[in-house]
Design a protein around this ligand. Structure first.
Ligand code: SAH
Length: 391
């Protein structure tokens, strides 16, 4: 088997079971492995450390499949997928759309599989997962009994692996548009054109929780996408719900989702615009709210964009604090891998201070439990949120 031999003292992170092997840690590569092929990882003295998938173009040159000297084959992958899928069984009770396989955090680097009712959407992000794609598709059909798989391997990060973007049918005849159930509510999902694999499943649990706080409130949902938080807020008795997004298509689906749930059209206002600008317009016209949700896109995908991202978070959170009435609630998120929970809380605290708002955190939020964070892979903790109350 081809192998990667690490430089002296560079085995530390592997011994702590972090799955990534960076190019700088490698002394030499033997056996001419092809992209995605399984390689042995050896320490500088030639001792076996792990089996990993080789990514010749990526700075993350290999990702660990296993720390045991076992075969990486269809049986191995079946065991990994089966374990992850069985962990999700309980998710079926409140929603029929949830993540089945969460990549590194489920021990399957580079593979994301989301279930939307009777359809699976698969996303391949690394050379190693790409190498096993057809086997993975067959195993998913075997293990879930679902026959229709759509592929959304069109995320930007694939370029870092030297992989072309691809989107299309992988197995069966999946519909491009479908309707899912989330905590008793229905949502239209466009698995072919929507963001990510179609829906922000990672916010499902938070949408349910946050919606319950909306009763009797004038709610502003910023970066609303297809209205996830908006529909939950309206269902729980919000007085009014104003939703902003820069995507006209997302907003159209949002309005359709309100209809789908028989919500009165008068409750909802949908604004196509830039949140940074719209918040200033509200400030200048002295429009206030009792609850504001901020769920922006990634401002800092990695640690290199942190400073600029921090300014972005500070700006919108400061404006939101200013627009909130006394007793108001701010629900604020960051999905930037480069900004950790501690830094995010500091930014929000700075925003409150500059806005002259006294506020307290009443709840901390994370991605839903179908997006687990393996303790040996802290990079998995990307989504963090705070529910703050103005005192
Ligand atoms: N809360 C949503 C997910 C939000 S994702 C849910 O639960 O489904 C972030 C959204 O922000 C995307 O829909 C994207 O179109 C939108 N967006 C990105 N930049 C924006 C900007 N400057 N102003 C308004 N919307 C923006």
């Amino acid at each position: 088997m081809p192998s990667l031999t690490l430089k002296a003292k560079r085995e530390k992170s592997l011994l702590r079971r972090h799955p990534w092997i960076f190019s700088g840690a490698i002394a030499h590569i033997d056996g001419n492995p092809e992209s995605g092929e399984t390689v042995d990882i050896l320490d500088s003295k030639g001792n076996f450390l792990a089996k990993a998938a080789y990514s010749p173009q990526s700075n993350i040159r290999a990702r660990t499949w296993t720390w045991l000297a076992e075969a990486v084959d269809a049986d191995f992958l079946r065991r990994k997928l089966d374990t992850a899928i069985n962990r999700r069984r309980k998710s079926d009770t409140h929603t029929n759309a949830y993540r089945l396989i969460h990549a590194e955090s489920d021990g399957v680097p580079g593979l994301i599989v989301d279930r939307y009712g009777d359809v699976l959407v698969l996303q391949i992000l690394t050379a190693g997962a790409e190498y096993w794609k057809e086997t993975l598709a067959d195993l998913l059909i075997e293990l879930t009994g679902i026959k229709d798989i759509y592929e959304r391997s069109d995320a930007d990060v694939r370029a870092l692996e030297g992989l072309e973007p691809y989107s299309g049918i992988l197995r069966g005849t999946p519909p491009k548009k479908l309707i899912i159930q989330e905590y008793g509510l229905k949502f239209n999902v466009d698995i072919a054109q929507g963001h990510k694999t179609g829906f922000y499943l990672d916010q499902s649990e938070s949408r349910n929780l946050v919606g319950k706080l909306a009763k009797g409130r004038d709610v502003l949902n910023c970066f609303c996408y297809t209205g996830g938080f908006s529909i939950h807020a309206a269902e729980n008795g919000a007085n009014s719900v104003t939703s902003i997004d820069s995507s006209g298509n997302a907003l159209m689906l949002g309005a359709k989702n309100a209809q789908l749930n028989d919500q009165p059209a008068e409750i909802h206002e949908w604004i196509e615009g830039d949140v940074f600008k719209e918040l200033r317009t509200f400030r200048d016209s002295r429009r206030n709210f009792d609850m504001i949700i901020l769920d922006p896109p990634k401002f800092a995908p990695t640690k290199y964009q942190v400073e600029k991202a921090a300014r972005g978070y500070k700006d919108i959170n400061l404006l939101a604090f200013k627009l909130l009435r006394p007793g108001g609630i701010l629900v604020t998120f960051s999905c930037s891998g480069g900004v950790d929970a501690y830094l995010f809380q500091k930014i929000v605290a700075g925003a409150a201070l500059d806005a002259g708002a006294d506020a307290q955190i009443i709840k901390e939020l994370r991605q839903g439990s179908d997006h687990p964070i393996a303790l040996n892979f802290p990079e998995g903790a990307y989504l963090k949120g705070l529910i703050c109350r103005i005192t």
